[in-house]
Design a binder for this molecule. Sequence first.
Ligand code: URP
Ligand code: ZN
Ligand code: ZN
Ligand code: ZN
Length: 468
Amino acid sequence: MSSARTLIRGGLVITAADEIHADVLTEDGRIAALAAHGSAAAESWTADRVIDATGRYVIPGGVDAHTHMELPFGGTSASDTFETGTRAAAWGGTTTIVDFAVQSVGHSLRAGLDAWYAKADGVCAVDYGFHMILSDVDERSLKEMDRLVEEGVTSFKLFMAYPGVFYSDDGRILRAMQRSARNGGLIMMHAENGIAIDVLVEQALAEGRTDPRYHGEVRKVVLEAEATHRAIQLARVAGAPLYVVHVSADEAVAEITAARDKGLNVFGETCPQYLFLSTDQLAEPDFEGAKYVCSTPLRPKEHQAALWRGLRTNDLQVVSTDHCPFCFTGQKELGRGDFSKIPNGLPGVENRMDLLHQAVLDGHLTRRRWIEIACATPARMFGLYPRKGTIAPGADADIVIYDPHAEQTLSVTTHHMNVDYNAYEGRRITGQVETVLSRGEVVIDQRTYTGRAGHGRYIPRGTCQYLV
Ligand code: URP
Ligand code: ZN
Ligand code: ZN
Ligand code: ZN
């Protein structure tokens, strides 16, 4: 904890609710006070350190509610460790991640969660929490869910895809939802009909359609929409809230919208890759398309309009990255000649805040909505608010000084993620993170890393604060 007082002076403070020219005082790792810039109160403050934020935005640190550091997948592991991935997050203005601990088939939730606590312990640059992936829903796991909710692991991801790995059938899904309806947990759903997809995968490979682009073709839009619809109906039966992860298709957005129009507690997350990339990237020649293999898959460009509209109308509430990087060399290459062996996932934890700022400039979002979908709502959705996700007295001093006029080009040559390509290579962005505070400590100082492995703390979470 930092006992030092830091004064951030002269910036435009942007939260989900307000934009105000205010000075911000931090003390002991928390936000002590805000006051109008130039006011008698602000002018009376003394501090050990003054940061001049004139011409800059002062925004809450980003909350990325969907990352997979070191995830074992397809015979390899995601290339960012908790150490490298959280450092990259800091560079990109994200000061909290919620990662996924994994239950292995035949093992307890406890064993999986303890393994993930150990991976992250003492190495993170920024704060972190955990969701739990349920791979084996049985009586024991259901009981364990109650204990995890009490312990601060309050959300559980289930998969309708990946038969034989993470897949749960409808009966198991319903049981987990019934349990979460009682214990306050939030079910997060990977909504794709994996049983049907596997048939199409087998047929594609048998016909010699082995290139990365076929990954997108077999994982059909209707199979995402159908699974989204089914997940919503199962949640209705259970009386449980539902959060659909990595929504990529217009017809899936329509299912979520219809559910919300009924007044149901159904929420949707999308990711930068679905907003900024498309099947054009997946079709890149010479196996380059493998860099863009993730599930749900990238869709034709025409789907992006529905995602942006959903973010504007609050039918989609959160943009997380689903950061799950695999190097092209040696990892994505495992699927040469068989797209089904390409490890699924894209890097992005460092790029999310910038890409969404560009979306503000492009007219897709307002500045406050940018902060809402990237900071405030993920914090509320996953029981971290108001400690995370806003700038208010008492909140953790997780603050980003953002230069809205700086020009940058996203590139593997300048990023800090441990992966040998950038999914947004060459993209011009206006806006850049300049300085980052995590619980009052400066971890990025004028674009120099000043943080350390082990500064980041585990944050036990409360239950969802976004229910209607
Ligand atoms: O392709 C993806 N999204 N990989 C990570 C695992 C998941 O399903 O979120
Ligand atoms: Zn002043
Ligand atoms: Zn998923
Ligand atoms: Zn994921």
